[in-house]
Design a protein around this ligand. Structure first.
Ligand SMILES: [Zn+2]
Length: 372
């Protein structure tokens, strides 16, 4: 069984919802048919000629990019120019192109989380919070004996997470009553007869962004025709989304040593540093791509250093003024790890779903800069 373009894009959007994208951004399906079957998927930072030609050569039906190929102001598609030529090549060979951009930067387990993980950072938090989810309490009444099925369905759909703990729930026994009316088809009892049933009140916590999906999964697993449940808004602090991450190394390293770690993690032959090479670093802010506008946020978060790309001259001076060190490993170097992780994650979902479709990072996805 092959996955369709729409399966893959829907999974990506569960992880990186489009509502988290910046207003100026244009994530989503750039071109192609959502219902096309896909055997092979390539992932890359940019939809360059080399990447799209690799997709054609390998028979990939979908290319997942970080940077969108199309922007909202496109008015022409001339095939004598780069964009038109790429669209023509892809459509002729059935290659759909999709982009997960600032939504994937902001999402939980986004681009900067991949960087943080490769640097071994602990207690990683969002550096610049731009959005917060809302928490809800989901309470459902289940006839005794069916509570484990319902609990399992809730957990599988993503409910019940508190920090690093999944499957969090609470249950208490009680008695439910109902009177099936004309036209009802009760799982227990009979029409016109008041029923008293041993039930379990099962409660868990869910983020509002996935609560519809969780309720749908709960209803599928619940034996009753009409399910009694409550979805209650909570004031508890909910997971944050936004740009950059900040975390701590297990032990202090001199800036020069951290730079070596970053070179390995980002597989870059060289990088630029701002700051004293011998100064110790413990708290590290990271931002895949262009994180030069997060200098203040990194400084406020107590970071010793910001690892990012695309720092310009004036930002380097500003970092010095702030007493913040910077490791600039380039835009590409700090973003490709996120695409590698997304590829791995999609493969595990495809495998779990019994699909033969497989993803890989494009071999021809490269940094446009060379070092001499
Ligand atoms: Zn970028």
């Amino acid at each position: 069984m092959l996955a369709k373009v729409a399966h893959l894009t829907q999974w990506i959007e569960e992880r990186a919802p489009q509502r988290l994208a910046e207003d100026w951004d244009n994530p989503g399906l750039m071109w192609g048919h959502p219902q096309n079957d896909v055997r092979h998927v390539l992932l890359a930072v940019d939809g360059t000629d080399a990447v799209l030609e690799e997709a054609v050569r390998k028979g990939a039906g979908l290319v997942v990019l970080h940077h969108p190929s199309l922007w909202k102001d496109v008015k022409q598609l001339r095939t004598d120019q780069a964009l038109g030529r790429r669209v023509e090549l892809c459509l002729r060979h059935g290659v759909a192109v999709y982009a997960a951009h600032t939504n994937y930067d902001a999402a939980a387990d986004g681009v900067s989380d991949s960087l943080a993980r490769r640097l071994g950072l602990n207690d990683v938090q969002v550096l610049d919070v731009t959005a917060r989810d809302r928490l809800q309490k989901l309470v459902v009444f289940v006839p005794r004996g069916h509570e484990d099925d319902v609990r399992q369905a809730l957990a599988a759909a993503g409910a019940g997470w508190i920090g690093k703990y999944s499957h969090c729930s609470f249950q208490v026994d009680g008695t439910g009553t109902f009177l099936p009316r004309e036209g009802a088809d009760p799982f227990i009892g009979a029409v016109g007869k008041l029923e008293r049933v041993d039930e379990v009140r099962l409660e868990t916590v869910v983020t509002a962004s996935i609560s519809r999906r969780v309720v749908a999964a709960m209803l599928r697993a619940h034996p009753y025709e009409e399910v009694a449940y409550d979805l209650i808004p909570l004031d508890n602090e909910a997971p944050a989304f936004g740009a950059g991450r900040v975390g701590s190394l297990a032990y202090a390293l001199p800036l020069e040593e951290l730079a070596r770690l970053v070179k390995e993690a980002c597989r870059v032959p060289a990088l630029r540093l701002v700051g004293d090479l011998n100064r110790p670093v413990t708290r590290v802010a990271v931002c895949g791509g262009d994180g030069g506008d997060l200098l203040q946020a990194a400084s406020h978060a107590g970071a010793d250093v910001l690892v990012t790309g695309d720092l310009d001259h004036h930002q380097a001076l500003e970092a010095l003024d702030l007493g913040l060190m910077v490791v600039d490993a380039g835009h590409f170097g700090t973003e490709w790890p996120g695409m590698a992780d997304l590829s791995e994650w999609l493969n595990s979902r495809l495998e779990a779903g019994g699909y033969q479709t497989r993803c890989e990072l494009a071999e021809s996805g490269r940094d446009p800069f060379q070092f001499v």
